[in-house]
Design a protein around this ligand. Sequence first.
Ligand code: NAD
Ligand code: DAU
Length: 333
Amino acid sequence: MARKMLVTGAAGFIGSNFVHYLVAHTDDVVTVLDKFTYAGNEASLAGLPEDRVTVVCGDICDAELVDGLVRDHDIVVHYAAESHNDNSLHDPRPFLDTNIVGTYTLLEAVRRHEKRLHHISTDEVYGDLELDDPNRFTEFTPYNPSSPYSSTKAGSDLLVRAWVRSFGLQATISNCSNNYGPRQHVEKFIPRQITNILVGERPKLYGEGLNVRDWIHADDHSSAVLRIIEAGRMGETYLIGADGEKNNKDVLELILTTMGQPADAYDHVIDRPGHDLRYAIDSTKLREELGWQPSFSDFERGLTATIDWYRQNEAWWQPQKAATEAKYREQGQ
Ligand code: NAD
Ligand code: DAU
């Protein structure tokens, strides 16, 4: 029997990639629940089969709507969130509403109807590492979030853990590193720089660009989430990462040279307040316990494919570009 999956936030970047992945690799029937904020894009769900994917426009904070949808599905995969650190520094309120109250609303419905939940989270809940720290984040690293965004994601993880312990909720959590790939909003680092070059704007690097992110392709995130849903132990947390540590300056120079530009054709802009220095994931538990492996081991190849996707899908990103850059200009970034 086909599983009935309710996927929240699947008009966004990673959720939409997950739904495309599910349709290609399983027989699951999927309902997308998305509020279609500035970050949700109908075009990200284009081409999906109508007999397997239904889209509901709604808010995860709407308890009545959420209750009915959770009741009618087997598994809830929870991607919906306010996801951008820079936005959280200028207006934290929507982050509290969606990331905390929205997750609470889902948890209560999942508890009432005794369903299975997989909660999507981030490595940012662990704070940051020094550049020369030999350790990476593991499932045992203490929580130490820095920004309004990451603190609300940490709060949502703790709610899930409390519902598992107090009410026996059937749930798993995953904390993943920085994703790249198709359908990522142009506010984020990699798409912002690619589309700046495509529209003839100079790319923008925060500070000196020595901050390190641990890049993973969105399809590898999807395969890991599916593996956890199918074989993960209830109540457990799994870290997802693909050994992709790179500093921002190196990533930007690679984008520029891949797109035929001089490596130094970018501007330094003011740094993000409280900017986390380095993230690095140790995904041994996921690999050894569940036998998961990433398929995109070559970052340069994945990045080139991502650049090609933005070249070929201007109609997808162009409507968001001017407003996004106007917001950054106001912030001096
Ligand atoms: P995104 O901003 O691209 O998409 C978020 C989606 O959630 C959008 O479609 C938006 O409309 C929807 N949404 C927002 N508020 C909602 C609400 N109240 N009700 C229903 N839908 C709502 O984000 P993303 O980058 O795809 O991230 C998805 C999830 O993955 C988030 O939980 C994020 O914390 C987590 N994550 C992201 C990364 C990354 O690198 N982007 C890495 C690790 C974890
Ligand atoms: O680590 C996982 C997290 O990765 C997710 O939880 C978040 O949802 C996701 O947005 C991402 O957070 P970051 O803050 O790391 O991603 P962002 O794309 O905003 O920035 C990546 C790095 O690039 C960061 O060090 C800031 C820098 N940057 C960003 C922008 C937008 C620049 O140098 N210039 C820019 O224009």
